[in-house]
Design a protein around this ligand. Structure first.
Ligand SMILES: Nc1ncnc2c1ncn2[C@@H]1O[C@H](COP(=O)(O)OP(=O)(O)OP(=O)(O)O)[C@@H](O)[C@H]1O
Length: 234
């Protein structure tokens, strides 16, 4: 089956603030989808609803065709890189990786990023001593480590140095070519242009559009995504 995640009429409010007002969308294997929208439009809330970290007020989440709202097993198949990774601060970096392997009760299947980012040489460092970018590298390496079917990356290159950011982009492209679904948020249009196949644009709690990049550009008559988006949105 091509489709791996389906969201039906998802709603979420925080108190009186209606953040998601009925989101419907389907994501397929091999797609790289960028979730875009203005600040506070609900991108992270949508992502966290898929991950079960936010409990929706209404609606349904299907994974591989099965309803999974309020269930756990499907989460094994998703690798998540948060906007800001929070870890037990007194643990050493190496202990974090060991802990994740123990929790999953399986060996790491993909240590590419661990090696590319040369994280092993910093395994002795306590987490609270790490720079913001190094912390992001840990989060990225963990997200990809168990070879998940779906990758959800919340502003993945924020804080990464240019070389690390290039490595991560290559990794995302490689995973999509292997049939993985990649969902990511970003405020960097050149990055979206480079790696996304389509854009899910949220506005005022609804899906404003979910379109392939090429279609957005050709309909707007623009080669650059940033300009095409402006034309599409006005
Ligand atoms: N746990 C929460 N409690 C109360 N309000 C929340 C909570 N989480 C998110 N919100 C609010 O929901 C709205 C959407 O937040 P969200 O983080 O999903 O936006 P976003 O599109 O990811 O924003 P940004 O582009 O700034 O990262 C914001 O107004 C935010 O303040």
């Amino acid at each position: 089956m091509d489709e791996i995640i389906e969201i039906r009429d998802l709603k979420k409010s925080f108190g009186k603030l209606e953040v998601l007002k009925g989101i419907d969308c389907k994501f397929r294997r091999g797609e790289v989808v960028s979730v875009l929208g203005p600040n506070a439009s609900g991108k992270t809330t949508l992502i966290k609803s898929i991950l079960g970290m936010v409990l929706p007020d209404a609606g349904e989440l299907l994974f591989n065709g099965q309803p999974v709202t309020n269930t756990f097993e499907y989460k094994r198949h998703i690798g998540y890189m948060p906007q800001i990774g929070r870890y037990p601060e007194n643990m050493k970096m190496g202990q974090i990786f060991d802990m994740m392997r123990d929790l999953r009760q399986e060996h790491a299947q993909d240590e590419d990023l661990l090696k590319t980012f040369k994280l092993e040489s910093m395994f002795h460092k306590p987490m609270h001593t790490l720079s913001g970018g190094t912390r992001q590298k840990v989060s990225a390496a963990l997200a990809f480590m168990f070879n998940p079917e779906v990758l959800i990356l919340d502003e993945p290159s924020a804080g990464l140095d240019p070389l690390a950011s290039e490595h991560l982009k290559e990794k995302i492209k490689e995973q999509s070519a292997k049939g993985k679904l990649v969902l990511f948020t970003s405020h960097i249009m050149s990055e979206v242009d480079e790696i996304a196949g389509s854009i899910l644009y949220l506005f005022e709690g609804k899906v404003r559009f979910f379109k392939e990049l090429d279609a957005i550009k050709s309909e707007a008559g623009e080669v650059r995504l940033g300009k095409a988006l402006i034309k599409t949105l006005i």
